[in-house]
Design a binder for this molecule. Structure first.
Ligand SMILES: CC(C)(COP(=O)(O)OP(=O)(O)OC[C@H]1O[C@@H](n2cnc3c(N)ncnc32)[C@H](O)[C@@H]1OP(=O)(O)O)[C@@H](O)C(=O)NCCC(=O)NCCSC(=O)Cc1ccccc1
Length: 162
């Protein structure tokens, strides 16, 4: 998927914050999302989906909206001060209008509340030209430590066929 990958050189956030582990080596978000932190702690982003993610005629396959929300909402858990250390516990996407390809789209994500390790993050996606609301998202991200990834590895090792 190579939807309008943009040069992130203008952005001030550290590289660790800009890209997930999969995209860090190539130095570009593979879904083409560019994002930045706002002064109020929310996260904004922009993307132009390409024809390669077309589902219906002229519109994206909805799963890509979920990918983009997961990525953007996940970064709203920490801000650029630290590498994201939260995993997605739940993500609900409300598809309000068909999401066009080849048209600039703007996004926002903000933290609604925190309860113990759970951070409730909401987001929205709008058409840049008209500000039309295309989709909204509600999510819960759970803060984790290195122990989580160790546990993850141990659990995965047990799943291998004997
Ligand atoms: C952490 C939590 C969400 C909640 O757990 P907790 O609050 O701690 O609750 P609890 O301890 O009750 O556990 C409940 C059940 O889960 C099991 N368990 C817990 N931890 C582990 C473990 N480490 N490994 C294996 N199993 C584990 C545990 O044994 C228990 O099992 P049981 O019910 O007794 O049989 C957990 O369910 C989980 O890891 N889910 C998967 C999350 C996930 O993969 N998300 C997507 C990828 S992240 C992403 O994409 C974000 C991103 C965005 C942008 C860029 C980059 C990244």
């Amino acid at each position: 998927m190579n939807s309008g990958v943009e040069d992130a050189g203008e952005l001030t956030a550290p590289r660790e914050w800009q890209y997930c582990s999969g995209c860090k080596p190539q130095g570009a978000c593979r879904v083409g999302l560019v994002r930045w932190l706002e002064e109020d702690g929310s996260v904004s982003g922009r993307i132009t989906f390409g024809k390669d993610v077309e589902g219906g005629p002229g519109v994206i396959h909805g799963g890509y909206a979920a990918v983009v929300f997961d990525e953007l909402l996940g970064t709203a858990t920490t801000g650029p001060a630290g590498v994201p250390v939260a995993v997605t516990k739940s993500l609900t996407v409300h598809y309000r209008r068909p999401i066009p390809i080849e048209q600039p789209i703007v996004l926002r994500a903000w933290r609604v509340r925190t309860l113990d390790r759970d951070m409730f993050i909401d987001g929205e996606m709008r058409l840049a030209s008209s500000d039309a609301l295309l989709a909204t998202a509600e999510s819960v991200f759970t803060a984790v430590t290195d122990r989580h990834f160790q546990r993850h590895k141990e659990w995965l090792a047990q799943q291998r066929p004997a």
